[in-house]
Write a protein that binds this ligand. Structure first.
Ligand code: SF4
Ligand code: SF4
Length: 371
């Protein structure tokens, strides 16, 4: 059995932070969900205020129309929102009543067959479940890291002291499928949920580290919502990196640099990991500049917008990178490998260096140079 190292003090501080959030009136509802709690729209909570749609960065709509359109969606009437929604998941985090508007929108999208517009992406994701799978075994006491099917996008990332002794789970048997949400489909994720959890559990680890934020969201939130018990502790990538860097603290050379953070869509469902990002930044001497598109207001990397609206994708990438550069960032760091690939080419136009959060750690350890 492989067990990752002990959680450090600051990590516990973050967990305590989660516990007191409800007392402070902060949203912590993802942590007390029951089966189906978050995957369902709570019509009884919805005041039809329209905030979810009028806030949306991807749909042009005024407040009055937002209220009208959302009422249509509730009633099952045709609404332009169903085809214009880019499935960023953001309105579920924004809704002041915790009514889960996106949970309703995606059901309407799937019922309306919106995914038929993205046949190629759908086929690719269906094929992902049958990608060759393997376990690359590390040392007995090393962490077990789920690389899902995304690791070939950034295969160079898993080198160096951070990953010494790690066991890697790779391939289609571990595919979480959260990408289906971006084409307006939820049912494949639910259909495969029990099999994916069972496959990962088969390795016998008490803790599973998720490289991809989508996988973390799948195990932490979606699988339990579908009624699938997850018999291991799930560790987010920022928590894993923070823990490893604490173990290696004596080797850290503070970076003393301004770094913008690209928050991925899946973090809408698992915002607790943001505390580990902040702790990690502090540990390695990275300063987060004050940005417009930070935290709950984070913009999509543009990847899920490409097949829907190429122009919009470019515009959002530009807004996002410009905002980071204007705020004084020299580097933009991504958690998700998709965000890295989508923003990589455009970042230099804004004099930004794009890198991943693990490579930022490796730079702080003196293993690689960035910038
Ligand atoms: S889902 Fe939330 S934000 Fe949207 S109309 Fe209902 S209460 Fe308002
Ligand atoms: S999921 Fe995103 S794109 Fe869709 S309505 Fe909500 S905020 Fe807008």
């Amino acid at each position: 059995m492989r067990v990752a190292g002990p959680v450090q003090h600051t990590a516990y501080r973050s967990e305590w932070g989660l516990l007191i959030r409800p007392l402070l009136g902060m949203r912590d509802w993802r942590y007390d969900f029951k089966k189906g709690e978050c995957i369902m729209f709570h019509e009884d909570r919805c005041t039809v205020c329209g905030d979810c749609l009028s806030w949306c960065p991807y749909i042009e709509i005024d407040e009055e129309d937002a209220r009208k359109e959302f009422k249509k969606i509730i009633d099952g009437d045709p609404s332009r929102v169903i085809s214009e929604c880019v499935s960023c998941m953001g309105c579920d985090e924004i809704c002041p009543e915790k009514a889960n508007p996106f949970s309703l929108i995606i059901k309407r999208q799937e019922a309306q067959g919106e995914f038929k517009r993205f046949e190629k992406a759908k086929q690719n994701m269906e094929l992902a479940y049958s990608m060759p799978s393997e376990i690359r075994t590390g040392s007995e006491d090393g962490p077990v890291i789920d690389l899902c099917t995304v690791w070939p996008m950034t295969p160079h990332l898993f080198e160096g002291v951070l990953f010494e002794g790690a066991t890697f789970l790779k391939g289609g048997r571990y595919f979480c499928g959260i990408g289906f949400y971006h084409i307006g489909m939820e049912s494949p994720v639910e259909e495969h949920a029990a099999a994916v959890v069972e496959e990962v559990a088969r390795c016998g680890a008490r803790e599973i580290v998720c490289f991809h934020d989508d996988c973390y969201t799948f195990f932490k939130v979606k699988a339990p919502e579908f009624g699938v018990e997850v018999p291991f502790r799930v560790v987010s990538w920022p928590e894993f990196l923070y823990r490893r860097m604490k173990e290696l603290e004596e080797r850290i050379r503070p970076l003393d640099v301004s770094v913008a953070y690209q928050r991925p869509c899946a973090s809408r469902y698992t915002p607790e990991k943001d505390a580990f990002v902040d702790d990690l930044f502090e540990l390695i001497g990275a300063r987060k500049p004050s940005r417009s598109f930070e935290g709950v207001r984070a913009l999509c990397c543009g990847g899920s917008l490409v097949p829907r609206d190429y122009e919009m994708s470019n515009r959002i990438k530009h807004q996002n990178l410009k905002d980071a550069a204007d705020a004084g960032a020299r580097i933009m760091v991504t958690l998700c490998p998709m965000c890295f690939l989508n923003l990589r080419k455009r970042a230099p136009e804004h004099n930004l260096l794009l890198t991943t959060i693990s490579d930022l750690c490796r730079a702080a350890l003196g293993e690689i140079a960035i910038g």
